[in-house]
Design a binder for this molecule. Structure first.
Ligand SMILES: *Cc1c(COP(=O)(O)O)cnc(C)c1O
Length: 366
């Protein structure tokens, strides 16, 4: 009897590189023999304040109803999102698992074998995964030295097969915003769908969602994983033109948002005080880290800082911080990010101080 049947798997799947997530507390505790409770996790851009207490209460309240299906189209959550975003429910799609689920859904809707998607690098690594799984081919366009992108270069990369252009604002891992004029230039000169990932938008000065009212080829992706502190629930949403939302619902997995996620999402949106605090912690922390980390730090509009540790290597510095119980993200697994960049999530003031001290020690050791 054979032990595997790879011939059953689509050829495209073998081209998918493994997704590299940030390290978990358990991994680092066992790798370096540390007490898990002493470890600071600043590698995955989570909310250091935790979820809103209202969201926690909603989770407790839904526990006894786990035998009941949620609404197929997450109506109650979309109504709450309508209040939060100012868009009608007909422009809103709630997605599970997370915004990653929305990316899956969009690719499933538009990508067929031989299609292309454009991905400006370095950026969030997930875009190419669902595209490849659907038979699509990513076309990578490098960002400028300061991680801004050149709309002309993006448009030049377009072919008759291009179906989606993936943009990210603020961009992960660089933290910079996409200027509205650049987005307009791209939207007006492409036949493709433009997906703008706004996972970190609450931490930023500006958002681009308003353009959905003007363009019929723009999709905005959002998530409850970052500012709302609900990464473990896997909840995201999209803002898109009504015509596209209709087709999306046709192709999407029904009930993709679980009942606990739906109720916790509604509760989190209602807790404006927790939202305000979460944003404030990040804005203050950004200033502190940008000033105090003894390496080049890029200005950030997100809840993380990109640190260039030249002449050191990101991997070695990351390792050294992790030994001290501080989890940060080496960016060498991001395509075209080089080997000297580290992404650090903004934590509580206490955590930020420890990060600064640890970077200082690393610097003095060389
Ligand atoms: C975290 C993140 C996401 C994924 O969000 P989920 O809702 O947790 O799937 C999407 N895009 C970017 C840029 C992210 O950093």
């Amino acid at each position: 009897m054979s032990l595997s049947r790879p011939e059953l798997i689509k050829k495209e799947i073998f081209e998918i590189a493994e997704y590299v997530p940030g390290k978990s507390i358990e991994e680092i505790a066992s790798a370096y023999g540390l007490d898990p409770s002493s470890i600071i996790k600043l590698g995955s851009n989570e909310n250091p304040l935790g979820p809103s207490s209202k969201a926690i209460q909603a989770l407790v309240n839904t526990a006894p109803c786990a035998n009941i299906y949620p609404s197929a189209d997450a109506r109650e959550l979309r109504e709450a999102l309508s209040k939060y975003t100012g868009f009608p429910v007909s422009n809103l799609i709630a997605s599970g698992p997370g915004m990653d689920g929305l990316l899956d859904g969009i690719c499933r809707l538009v990508i067929e074998k031989g299609d292309e998607v454009i991905v400006p690098t370095p950026t969030f690594a997930y875009y190419e995964l669902p595209a490849r799984a659907c038979g699509g081919k990513p076309v990578f366009v490098r960002r400028n030295q300061d991680f801004s992108l050149d709309p002309k270069k993006i448009l030049e990369a377009e072919s008759s097969k291009t179906k989606i252009i993936f943009l990210c604002s603020p961009n992960n891992p660089s933290g910079n915003l996409l200027p509205e004029d650049d987005l307009r230039k791209i939207l007006e000169n492409t036949r493709a769908l433009v997906f703008v990932d706004e996972a970190y938008v609450e931490f930023a000065d500006r958002n681009l969602a308003g353009l959905v009212r003007e363009y019929d080829n723009l999709v905005i992706g959002r998530t409850f994983s970052k500012v709302f502190g609900l990464a473990g629930l896997r909840l995201g949403y999209g803002i898109m033109p009504e015509w596209l939302a209709k087709e999306y619902i046709r192709a999407a997995t029904p009930f993709s948002v679980s009942l606990p996620a739906l109720k916790a999402g509604v509760a989190a949106l209602s807790d404006t005080e927790h939202l305000r605090k979460s944003i404030e912690v990040v804005r203050k922390g950004r200033e502190y880290l940008e000033e105090k980390i003894p390496f080049k730090v890029y200005p950030s509009q997100a809840n993380f800082m990109l640190v260039d540790v030249t002449p050191l290597k990101a991997k070695a510095v990351t390792e050294s911080l992790m030994k001290k119980g501080i989890i940060v993200r080496s960016c060498d697994s991001f395509r075209d990010a080089g080997d000297t960049l580290i992404r650090v999530t903004v934590g509580t003031p206490d955590q930020n101080e420890k990060v600064v001290r640890a970077f200082g020690t690393v610097k003095s050791e060389v």
